[in-house]
Design a protein around this ligand. Structure first.
Ligand code: NAD
Ligand code: TYD
Length: 369
């Protein structure tokens, strides 16, 4: 039985991870530490709140004493670190928070882990620090360049990717210098349930329903590799179970798409959903699909993102070969499920967008404690 501390699990991937983990490891203890920034939504974790082996703690990863306390009092043996500022556009307009959370916050966690798990370096407590990172640390690729491997030189281009790269280096250094038992995974773009609607896929899905423009940056021909979020969670599970300490593992879907093609696909799928279910037009009257127009009539080309990376592609043969990783979802099945989820969970989207849930759920949570 493991005892996990999961940071940032009120956000997109962390929340999917704890739901997945508890579905697969029902007896494990899971403690979540999350500061509930704009991207954190406690509503997503509400179904877990009454489980005796689940605990939510509102707090900042930069609070070293709090993390030390949790590691000791919960006898944590596995720390899975998702907490981050994660949106590239926000890192361009406000990089400070990225340095604060992604670099200084990660360092604070490492210090806490070292002080508790390696208090007696000759007799370390059993432990693993798993750091969740991104393929964006490797920079950008030309159309014919080979995909990123774990040996690709770091060349981050945005304040977001630079801050993640710095955190990866700190994690590596704590292993090399102090012997902390660490692993790191660098994953490509995720999509799926509970995705905050500022990122491309959930933004487009919610904008189609609300009849708002679908902004395409630049020429829309930038390429990303996409992976269903639960497959990312499976990859992290494999690294925790079988990964070698000190190693890094690329995780991806081997599934490259141009942005404009993704957006057109989402439009087609949404058109199909409205054609198949007449009640959708009543629920989403602002959508062009409810007014006899195709969703792609909302596509609007806008000014490109500053420093926009052209292409990411990930070679995940190491995790396939060494740990047996294989995505369970194809892009076709994963995107269909995601479209359906956004159609069926309008209240989650409304709550997360209005921010109403922040105060409401905070109050509920405080009452419960
Ligand atoms: P997210 O923005 O949806 O969620 C981040 C979570 O971290 C939120 O719940 C937020 O409240 C919390 N948080 C932020 N600052 C905090 C702090 N100082 N202390 C405690 N909690 C804090 O992010 P995500 O998309 O779920 O990404 C999770 C991790 O995965 C990040 O480290 C990101 O770099 C990495 N990653 C993301 C993707 C992707 O496609 N989204 C791909 C590869 C890697
Ligand atoms: P995003 O979801 O922000 O992820 P990342 O920047 O981490 O890859 O963006 C995915 C791609 O979509 C990226 O090339 C930027 C582009 N994009 C748009 O064209 N329009 C948008 O409104 C957004 C949010 C992103």
């Amino acid at each position: 039985m493991k005892r996990l501390l999961v940071t940032g699990a009120a956000g997109f991937i962390g929340a999917n991870f704890v739901h997945y983990w508890l579905s697969q490891h029902a007896d494990d203890r899971v403690v979540v530490l999350d500061a509930l920034t704009y991207a954190g939504n406690l509503e997503t974790l509400m179904p877990l709140m009454d489980k005796p082996n689940f605990r939510f703690v509102k707090g900042n990863i930069g609070n070293t004493e709090l993390v030390e306390l949790l590691l000791r009092e919960e006898q944590i043996d596995t720390l899975v670190h998702f907490a981050a500022e994660s949106h590239v556009d926000r890192s361009i307009t406000g990089p400070d928070a990225f340095v604060e959370t992604n670099i200084i916050g990660t360092h604070s966690l490492l210090k806490a882990a070292r002080s508790v798990w390696l208090a007696d370096p000759a007799n370390p407590l059993p432990h693993r620090f798993h750091h969740v990172s991104t393929d964006e640390v490797y920079g950008t690729l030309g159309a014919n360049d080979p995909a990123f491997t774990e040996q690709t030189q770091y060349a981050p281009n945005s304040p977001y990717s630079a801050s993640k790269a710095a955190s990866d280096h700190l994690v590596r250094a704590y292993h090399h210098t102090y012997g902390l038992n660490v692993t790191t995974s660098n994953c490509s773009n995720n999509y799926g349930y509970y995705h905050f609607p500022e990122k491309l896929i959930p933004l487009c899905l919610t904008n189609i329903l609300e009849g708002k423009p679908l902004p395409i940056y630049g020429d829309g021909k930038q390429i990303r590799d996409w992976l269903f979020v639960e497959d990312h969670c499976r990859g992290i599970e494999l690294v925790l179970q079988k990964g070698v300490t000190g190693e890094t593992y690329n995780i991806g879907g081997v599934n490259e798409w141009q942005n404009i093609d993704i957006v057109n696909l989402l439009c087609e799928l949404m058109d199909g959903e409205f054609a198949a279910d007449a009640s959708l037009a009543e629920r989403y009257p602002q959508s062009p699909c409810a007014q006899g127009k195709p969703a792609n009539s909302l596509i609007t080309y806008v000014k490109d993102r500053a420093g926009h990376d052209r292409r990411y592609a990930i070679d995940c043969s190491k995790i396939e070969r060494e740990l047996g990783f294989k995505p369970a979802e194809t892009f076709e099945t994963g995107v269909r499920k995601t479209v359906r989820w956004y159609l069926d969970n309008q209240s989650w989207v409304d709550n997360v967008k209005s921010g109403a849930y922040q105060t409401w759920i905070d109050q509920q949570y405080t009452k419960r404690k």
